[in-house]
Design a protein around this ligand. Structure first.
Ligand SMILES: [Zn+2]
Length: 144
């Protein structure tokens, strides 16, 4: 399926972006610690960015506000990864997915406790903060 390829490539990009384009990275982490996954929203045109960006490529301004990613999104596509980039080998297999929130889309992983047979394209999943065994924070997609 062509869509799988697209998600794979974009996820790799997401993993290496590491939020270098935002100046308020620590705010993003603070929000995670408070159980919130945040995007940024352009106050000029209303476009929502995830991963968060500090500037809007449409308006060429930096008039951003934080905007929580809450509630369910719709599963557009997902892919199970059997191998991983260096540093992520212990995590495989895992499932990367794309959720459609209407105005924007969010890439991420489906939580490990969601059974494979329950995953259906078009199903509702929510974006939730997840604490890793080493204390690091990320987010995963969980059943609603
Ligand atoms: Zn804008």
């Amino acid at each position: 399926m062509g869509t799988k390829k697209e998600v794979d490539d974009r996820f790799k990009k997401f993993g290496t972006v590491s939020f270098t384009s935002i100046t308020k990275t620590n705010d993003f982490i603070d929000y995670l610690e408070n159980g919130k996954v945040m995007a940024t929203k352009c106050q000029d045109c209303g476009k929502i960015f995830f991963p968060p960006r500090s500037d809007c490529y449409q308006c060429l301004t930096s008039n951003m506000e934080w905007n929580e990613i809450s509630g369910p999104g719709k599963l557009v596509t997902y892919s199970k990864l059997e191998y991983a980039p260096i540093g992520f080998q212990d995590d495989v297999p895992y499932r990367i997915a794309l959720l459609d929130y209407g105005d924007y889309k969010v890439f991420g992983r489906i939580a490990k406790d969601v059974p494979e047979e329950d995953i259906k394209i078009g199903m509702k999943l929510k974006t939730a903060v997840n604490q890793l065994p080493n204390g690091q924070l990320n987010y995963v997609f969980e059943k609603v």
